[in-house]
Structures are given as structure tokens and as C-alpha cells.
Ligand binder design. Structure first.
Ligand code: SF4
Ligand code: SF4
Ligand code: SF4
Ligand code: FES
Length: 950
């Protein structure tokens, strides 16, 4: 069912072809060759009646409502499937056409419940509109014949309802599931009058392969597939364009509203990252914003063993500021710090790092990118000269070979995965390097040519052996390397990777990947016209995370796969604004725009603008803050929108550090795990309650627009501003656009960025400046940002985290589609219906050896700690490897991860932990203590009546 504001031109646009001029109802119109007559007519201002066509899907030609007359052509062709031709003369409306269309509509209406007044689509139903458009006044066939009016509704999906009585079998839903989503969960069963839509093998939507993306709901022209929120609330009356606050794809949405209530989220057809598509989280999982657990009043307490006390904003801010000042007076300037949030806007992140540098007077600021993509920043900056991905998402549509390494896009970046799958269905080849058989390895109409199922922790060995094949089999793009790269560094690297010890054969015993598969994959990648690499946390969260990123950049440079569309090195960033939080200067050594705090000229520009002296030495990283806290030197922390007690490795170490601090200030939506160790709670705002921008994995800066007032009274940037002023450092922004103006003033890569430009263009990929006023879809065109590309030698060094008799299995971690990160949001939505606990995946052989069966409780013990999960016995994981997700705090996934980290950036080695798994009957000691502590903290909270609704 269409959105309240978007016009549907009937068939998708056709790009880049030559122009064709034709006449429609006497009006001349010029459109690209290959455009349908229907779309050309819509462009000329004539909307031809249609039911089975929509501009989000390829034309199908089944409903016969869009017939037109074309001079010189026999019969009445369907305008949706007929392409334009030069000089064509089209008639869209005359008596004959009107009669045929009325006949078609009569057939549809004779088998349709006439309950328009109570139908959720009333007023926005395409069937209703078409009945009006064709002038239907009577139904000659009557309503008494065979019909489907008693068909039973399917209400199994928590977010939408399927009411087959209203179905006109236009198959838009089936095509949306295939073309847009690529899941192939729907079919039309039966023939003729008996045909009906069915999910998978006649299962309910919930039990089928459906991933609840909602594309079919959006495509349905009737109320057959309707959002439950729409059924309950009725039609929206206005909409606001904003950006999803879940993952790094950064989908654009229209929030359809009734007053301050969201009726539904509709993916924006004009969204440059998602082109009208979405996943279950962005479209449906927004209920957390009004969940009863949400805290909307500030609270303070002297000790974490004391009950929380609700206070006014004035008291909370004054108390927080005086505590931070007291600590600095007693323990020194460097005894406090702040953590910015990758969930908040760019503007909010910027003001937090400014508060730390200018207000606290030190550089003790860090962000959760420390624990995910900091190696990307380091590795890409050292080799290519810029810390971010090189392409836009659309670039994948020009890739001939796609290498996915250490990423699981269908779960982690689902909308981009749908685009990638579309390209794969068109014939691009796929290589997957992952210890686990992720969905992309084999799914409907997609199969990887090679699945390199490497052992966790051996990425660098695998990448070096891929490079070995490239240099020893003459697959280097010599011309590219000669003209674009530093030659001495290249020669050095070439000698290194050519050494026999880096060959696939020599590395086979390390990686576990057969040499033949590595050679085949390397040839496929190097011989492709365009080869693109997509990688994720499976590359970065290792002791050699930065080395692996460099090895990826080396491979792309050596094969000439940089600097144009269809190629590149593409980190799939996790959180909605993790790219932005890095860009905005969240790291202790860098100002916004990745400029070192030791650079005198850069620092001087910030000092002039901010009116303070700034420190020229890097501050503490998150792990150093914890160490310093345990040493008694770091006593106060301001944490905005990050749950370090759940997300950071070695939980017991983190909670010990938090306990050692005198003032922990948490700014968040919920009493998260970190807040249970806090002394001040400042209630934050959701993305729906603020203005600002997010930057996605493509460097795309997109607008976030307020659809409702902040439930706590303030957006997060305002809270930081209050704290800065109370600390004695003045901030007086009236609107986030002023913060963006300051960012643009001080950051060369953002110099051309402004809210006005974003409103005009929809979104902009940085760098955006005088040289690139409209932004930069592809980086390193013609020249690398650092001038010449730099090859770096990437020696494989095995992690110190080794299996032995006591810990014989390797644990690795990942995500699942329905939950998000620490789960604070998605756990408070019906998404729990798909995944309500973290499970341990274990290979049947390893399970049998241990007497473990499906669903059994198993103890997972590492050198750091022990937890208990339920087992899923599956050959998705290889023998010797176990796998879990980390969305539920009580799972304690980070109780068992160690404090090993990347040599360059301290990014934790989440992906490799040696463990033993045993059959158990009770929770771990840690889990028992965790539950006790949680219950205690919830009791301490109960006294303060601070919830959004309870
Ligand atoms: S919700 Fe998405 S995956 Fe499910 S049937 Fe509809 S289009 Fe397919
Ligand atoms: S469910 Fe909707 S989109 Fe699917 S065939 Fe029926 S009317 Fe068409
Ligand atoms: S793919 Fe990511 S950005 Fe898009 S709707 Fe899903 S969670 Fe949101
Ligand atoms: S809209 Fe053209 S045949 Fe249905």
C-alpha cells in the first residue's frame, strides 16, 4: 500500500540510455530508451490505471488494467510492459479502453469484500482508487459466485497481518520478496481462480523463511498485507523523512505520523542507501522508544548500593559537574574522561568530545569504535590515506566478483545484503571467507563459488596466501601499481608475499583452508573486471585486526581494484553512526577529521575557535581508562549512549573498573548494565526525538529529523551542553545545524556540509568541500588520498590465544538479524519472538564427544571466565569452532572473551577465545552473581517513579 506522500510512476527508472521522444495523449515527452509507456505517461502527468505495477518492481503485466492504444500496434498493449519507441503515439483514455478497464475491475471487485469503511486501507487503497479511476458503477457478475471472502487471516507475524480475503493475486508481494529482498519466501499457489499467495510451503508467515523485512507489505496495493500498527491506529496524517538508528546501512525512512504517534515507518524510495527497502529492525522495531522500561527523569545516588533518587535537571547537572570538578581537584586533570556514542548523532558526538577536550581539559575521550572498527581507521589510513570505505553501496551493482570476509551481511547489514544478492543473481561471482557457513554461502539463487572456511584468527595468513597467488601467478595489475603506488614499498611487499612460507600450500595447516580453494579464489578475484571486498568485525576484532585491514588494501591495490565503481575496500560498519563518531574526533589522539592532537596548526585552529588551550598529547583509550581506574588514578566517567559493561571484553575487569570510580555518569534510554554501576543517570533521547545527522558505512551523511519532542525534555546534545556550561565551559548552540556549521568550519572534509545542503540533496558522502561540493561517492579516483598507495608488509603472527587440552575449542561471535548489538532496543520489541536468547552453536562431532544434545545447557569456560548457554548443534560451524551471538546481557558472552587486543589500536580480540564446552545443569557462578546484582539494582530503581509509562 503506498505511502501518504510518494508518487508511484509504475515501473522502475531506466538509467544512462539515449533519449526517446514520443507523444502521449497529444503531449510530447522525452524519456530514456527502455522506459515503459506507463512511466513515460506518468512523467508527462498522466497516471494510467494499474494494479500489478509499481515503480519498485520490474513490470509483470498480469492485471490488464493498464492497457493503452498505440498507433500502428494491434490490440491493446499493457503500458507497463511496453517500452517506448521514437515517434510512438499513445492514447491512454477513450471509450474502448474505459470499457475494458471497467470489465477488469468488475472481476476483481466481484471477489472482494465490500468493507471499505472498516478497512485499514480505506482512503489509501489502490484497488479503491482504481475503481474510482475507471469509473466503476456496477458489478455485473454480482457478488454471489465462488469467492475467497471467508479465507482465514494469518496473524502469526507480530508486525503485519495477511488477510487473503482481500487479495487480488497481483503478485506484487511475491515479486517484492524476490526482487527487493531476495528471500523468495512467497509463491502463488494454484492456478486460475484457485491461485493464492502462500508463504514457503503453505506455512504461516512466522514459521516460513520470511525475514519480516516488510517489502511485501509495502508492495501490496490492497489491505491484504497491512501493518498491525496501521490497523490499530488508522492512517497517518503527515510524515517526516529521517534515518534509521540501527545499523551502518543508514536506511532513509518516512516516519508516518498521527500527531506525535508513529503509525508506521515506510522506507524512503529516494533514500540513497536503501532505495525504498528496509529490514525488520528499521521498519518495525521501534517500540523501545515508548517501552515502559524507558527512564525519562534524571536520577542521582551517592553509592551504587543506594536507591536512585529522582531529581530535577538542574540538580542532576549541577551534581554531575560538581563531582567531576571535585575529582579533578583531588586527583588531577586527567582523572576524568568521556565516552561518545555511535548511536547518537554526529552533532552530539562532536559536543561530547569538545566537552572533554575543552571542558575537562584533557583528551580522555574514546568511543565504541575502539571495540569494532578502529583497525579499519588505522589500516586504511596507513595504506590508502583515508580511514573510511572507498565506495557507495550502489557500486556493488558493477562488481563482477565480490569477496566477503569476516562479515555476515544478511544478518548484520540486511538491506545492503539484498542489493548484493541482486547483483549475485545477475551473475556476479561470490567468495566467502568465514569460519562459519553464513547464509550467503548458499541460499535461494545465490551460491558462493568458494567458501574459505578458515580457522578463527588466521585472516592475515589467508590474505597473504591470496596475495601470494596474485604475485606468483602474474596477476598483478602492473600498470595500476606503477602509476598509483609507491614502488619501493610495493617491491618490498611483493618479495615478502612471494616467499614460499606465504603460499596457500604452506598456510594450509594454519588456516585449515585447502590450498586449491585459495588458489581458485585468488584467480577469481584477480581476474575479475571489477572485484570488490566487503569486510566486517570478523576482520578487525583480532590481535592482528589492523594487519588484516592492510592486507586487504594491499590485495586491492595489487589487482588495481580501487578508484572506480564496482571495486574497492568496504568496511561494513556496525552501528548507525560508528563512522560518524570516528569522523567527529571521538578518539583520544585525533580531532574531528582524523587530525592528530599533536599537529600544532590543527590544534591552533581548534584553540582559536573554542577559546581554550588544548592538550597536545593523546588521552586515554577505553581499556587504559579501565586500567587507570583500577590503579586509582581515573575516577570519573561520562558515558553517552554506550553500554561498556555489556559490550566490552572481559566483563569482570570492566565492572571492577567501574566500581573503582567515584562518579560514573550514564546518559542513556534505559538502566543498562553500565548504569547499574552509575551515580548519575541522565535520561537520553531516541533518534525520533532530535535533529542531527548520522554517517553510514558509505561515508553518507543523512539527516535525522525530530518527529516528536524529547520524552525527557532534552535531546542528548542539549544535555551535554548543560553539563559543559555547569563545568564552566560555555556552549550556546540553539540548534544542531549550528553544531554542523562549526564542524564544517573546522574540518576540511566537511567544509561544504550544512543542514541546508542535506535538505536539498537528501544525503551527501564526505569529503564534501570546494573540490567535491556534492560529496564523493568513490574515493581515490585517479590518485590516493595520501598521494601514492602504500603497500605494507603484513607478517602473520599467530594470536597468543591458543587452544590446548584444557581449552580445546575456538569460540567466535557474531550477530543475528532480529537483534541488534547489546540488544537494549530490540530486546524491548517483539523481535524477541525470533531470538530470545543467545545460543552456542557447536558442530555435531564436538557435541557428541561431550554428550551434548540440541537445547542442552552447556558451560563455556575460557581463561577469562565461564558462562552457560543453550546449545544448537549444527554443521554451520566447523569442528573445533563454536559460535555465539551477544545480544543478551545474562549470556555473559564477554565474561569469557579475553583482554587480548589489536597491536595497533587495542581493538579487542572478540573473535578468538579458546574455550572448553561441557554439559551442565545450572547457571555459572558469574550468572548467579549477575542475576542477584540485577535484581538488587532493579529494586534500587523501583523507588524512583521515573519511567515513561508504568
Ligand atoms: S516480509 Fe519480506 S521476507 Fe517476508 S514475505 Fe514479505 S518480502 Fe518476503
Ligand atoms: S497479497 Fe497483496 S500484493 Fe500479494 S498478491 Fe495479494 S493483493 Fe497482490
Ligand atoms: S538495514 Fe540497517 S539501517 Fe536499514 S532498516 Fe535495517 S537496521 Fe535500519
Ligand atoms: S499494471 Fe500493467 S498489467 Fe498490471
Amino acid at each position: 500500500m503506498y505511502s501518504i506522500v510518494e508518487k508511484d510512476l509504475g515501473t522502475p527508472p531506466v538509467a544512462g540510455a539515449s533519449a526517446v521522444t514520443l507523444t502521449i495523449d497529444g503531449v510530447e515527452v522525452t524519456v530514456p530508451q527502455g522506459t515503459s509507456v506507463m512511466r513515460a505517461a506518468a512523467i508527462a502527468g498522466t497516471m494510467i490505471p494499474k494494479l500489478c505495477a509499481t515503480d519498485q518492481l520490474e513490470p509483470f503485466g498480469s492485471c490488464r488494467l493498464c492497457l493503452v492504444q498505440i498507433e500502428g500496434m494491434k490490440g491493446l498493449p499493457a503500458s507497463c510492459t511496453t517500452p517506448v519507441a521514437p515517434g510512438m503515439k499513445v492514447t491512454t483514455q477513450n471509450e474502448r479502453l474505459a470499457n475494458v478497464r471497467r470489465g477488469v475491475m468488475e472481476l476483481y471487485i466481484s471477489d472482494h469484500p465490500l468493507d471499505c469503511l472498516t478497512c485499514p486501507a480505506n482512503g489509501h487503497c489502490e484497488l479503491q482508487d482504481m475503481a474510482g479511476a475507471v469509473g466503476l458503477r456496477e458489478v455485473r457478475y454480482g457478488y454471489a459466485g465462488a469467492n475467497h471472502l471467508d479465507a482465514k487471516k494469518d496473524t502469526s507475524n507480530p508486525y503485519f497481518t495477511f488477510d487473503p480475503a482481500k487479495c487480488i493475486v497481483c503478485s506484487r508481494c511475491v515479486r517484492a520478496c524476490e526482487e527487493q529482498q531476495g528471500t523468495f519466501a512467497l509463491t502463488i499457489e494454484g492456478r486460475g481462480f484457485e491461485s493464492q499467495v502462500a508463504a514457503s510451503q503453505g506455512e504461516s508467515f512466522f514459521d516460513s523463511e520470511c525475514v519480516s523485512c516488510g517489502a511485501c507489505v509495502q508492495a501490496c496495493p490492497t489491505a491484504t498485507l497491512s501493518e498491525n500498527s496501521l490497523i490499530a491506529q488508522g492512517q497517518a496524517e503527515h510524515s517526516v523523512v529521517t534515518t534509521c538508528a540501527y545499523c551502518g546501512v543508514g536506511c532513509s525512512f518516512r516516519a508516518e505520523m498521527r500527531g506525535e504517534e508513529i503509525v508506521r515507518m515506510v522506507p524512503n524510495k529516494d533514500g540513497h542507501a536503501n532505495h525504498g527497502h528496509s529490514c525488520v529492525k528499521g521498519r518495525f522495531a521501534i517500540g523501545y522508544a515508548t517501552h515502559p522500561d524507558r527512564i525519562v527523569k534524571p536520577m542521582i545516588r551517592a553509592k551504587i548500593s543506594e536507591p536512585w533518587r529522582e531529581v530535577t535537571w538542574e540538580e542532576a547537572i549541577a551534581h554531575a559537574a560538581s563531582e567531576l570538578k571535585r575529582i579533578q581537584a583531588k586527583y588531577g586533570r586527567d582523572s576524568i574522561g568521556g565516552i561518545t556514542s555511535s548511536r547518537c548523532t554526529n552533532e552530539e558526538t562532536y559536543v561530547v568530545q569538545k566537552l572533554v577536550r575543552a571542558g575537562f581539559g584533557n583528551n580522555n575521550v574514546d568511543t565504541c569504535a575502539r571495540v569494532c572498527h578502529s583497525p579499519t581507521g588505522y589500516g586504511l589510513k596507513s595504506t590508502l590515506g583515508e580511514s573510511a570505505g572507498t565506495q557507495n553501496f550502489d557500486s556493488v551493482m558493477k562488481a563482477d566478483v565480490i569477496l566477503v570476509i569476516g562479515a555476515n551481511p544478511t544478518d548484520g547489514h540486511p538491506v545492503f545484503a539484498s542489493q548484493m544478492k541482486r547483483r549475485l543473481r545477475q551473475g556476479a561471482k561470490l567468495i566467502v571467507a568465514d569460519p562459519r557457513r553464513i547464509d550467503l554461502v548458499r541460499m535461494p539463487h545465490v551460491a558462493a563459488e568458494q567458501h574459505l572456511a578458515l580457522r578463527p584468527g588466521t585472516n592475515v595468513a589467508l590474505l597473504n596466501s591470496l596475495a601470494h597467488v596474485v604475485v606468483t601467478e602474474g596477476l598483478v595489475d602492473e600498470e595500476f601499481v606503477r602509476s598509483r603506488c609507491e614502488l619501493p614499498a610495493f617491491e618490498n611487499w611483493r618479495r615478502f608475499v612471494a616467499e614460499e612460507r606465504n603460499s596457500p600450500e604452506a598456510m594450509e595447516s594454519v588456516t585449515g583452508v585447502p590450498a586449491g580453494a585459495v588458489r581458485a579464489a585468488a584467480r577469481l578475484y584477480a581476474n575479475a573486471g571489477n572485484a570488490a571486498i566487503y569486510y566486517g568485525l570478523g576482520v578487525t576484532e583480532h590481535s592482528q585486526g589492523s594487519t588484516a585491514v592492510m592486507a586487504i588494501a594491499n590485495l586491492a591495490m595489487a589487482t588495481g581494484n580501487l578508484g572506480r565503481e564496482g571495486v574497492g575496500v568496504n568496511p561494513l560498519r556496525g552501528q548507525n553512526n560508528v563512522q560518524g563518531s570516528c569522523d567527529m574526533g571521538s578518539f583520544p589522539h585525533e580531532f574531528p577529521g582524523y587530525r592528530h592532537v599533536g599537529d600544532d596548526a590543527v590544534r591552533a585552529s581548534f584553540e582559536r575557535d573554542w577559546g581554550v588551550r588544548l592538550q597536545n598529547e593523546p588521552g586515554l583509550r577505553i581499556p587504559n581508562m579501565f586500567e587507570a581506574a583500577l590503579d586509582g588514578e581515573f575516577k570519573g566517567l561520562y558515558v553517552e549512549g554506550e553500554d561498556i559493561a555489556q559490550s566490552d571484553p572481559d566483563t569482570q575487569h570492566v565492572t571492577a573498573a567501574l566500581t573503582a570510580m567515584e562518579c560514573v555518569i550514564v546518559q542513556d534510554l534505559f538502566l543498562n548494565e553500565t548504569a547499574k554501576y552509575a551515580h548519575v543517570f541522565l535520561p537520553g533521547s531516541t533518534f525520533l526525538e532530535k535533529d542531527g545527522t548520522f554517517t553510514n558505512a558509505e561515508r553518507r551523511v543523512s539527516p535525522v529529523r525530530k518527529v516528536m519532542e524529547p520524552k525527557s525534555g532534552y535531546a542528548d546534545w542539549q544535555i551535554t551542553q548543560l553539563l559543559a556550561n555547569a563545568m564552566g565551559y560555555p556552549m550556546h548552540y540553539a540548534h544542531p545545524s549550528e553544531i554542523m556549521d562549526e564542524i564544517a568550519r573546522l574540518t576540511p572534509t566537511f567544509a561544504g556540509m550544512s543542514f541546508a545542503k542535506l535538505d536539498r540533496l537528501g544525503s551527501v558522502q564526505w569529503p564534501c568541500n570546494d573540490a567535491h561540493p556534492q560529496g564523493t561517492p568513490t574515493m581515490h579516483v585517479g590518485e590516493f588520498v595520501r598521494g601514492k598507495g602504500r603497500f605494507l608488509v603484513t607478517e602473520y603472527v599467530a594470536t597468543s590465544e591458543k587452544v590446548n587440552q584444557k581449552y580445546p575449542l575456538l569460540l567466535t561471535t557474531g550477530r543475528i538479524l532480529s537483534q541488534y548489538n547489546v540488544g537494549a532496543q530490540t530486546r524491548r520489541t517483539p523481535n524477541n519472538r525470533w531470538h530470545d536468547e543467545d545460543r552456542l552453536e557447536i558442530h555435531p562431532q564436538d557435541a557428541e564427544e561431550r554428550g551434548i544434545a540440541e537445547h542442552d545447557w552447556v558451560g563455556v569456560a575460557s581463561r577469562a571466565g565461564e558462562t552457560v548457554l543453550r546449545a544448537t548443534v549444527t554443521d554451520r560451524v566447523q569442528p573445533g569452532v563454536v559460535y555465539t551471538t551477544f545480544h543478551f546481557p545474562e549470556s555473559g558472552a564477554n565474561v569469557i572473551t579475553t583482554d587480548n587486543s589489536d597491536w595497533a589500536t587495542n581493538c579487542p580480540e572478540y573473535k578468538v577465545t579458546a574455550v572448553q564446552v561441557t554439559h551442565v545443569n545450572q547457571p555459572s557462578e558469574w550468572q548467579r552473581r549477575f542475576r542477584e546484582f540485577r535484581e538488587n539494582q532493579e529494586t534500587l530503581l523501583r523507588g524512583a517513579a521515573v519511567f515513561v509509562a508504568k
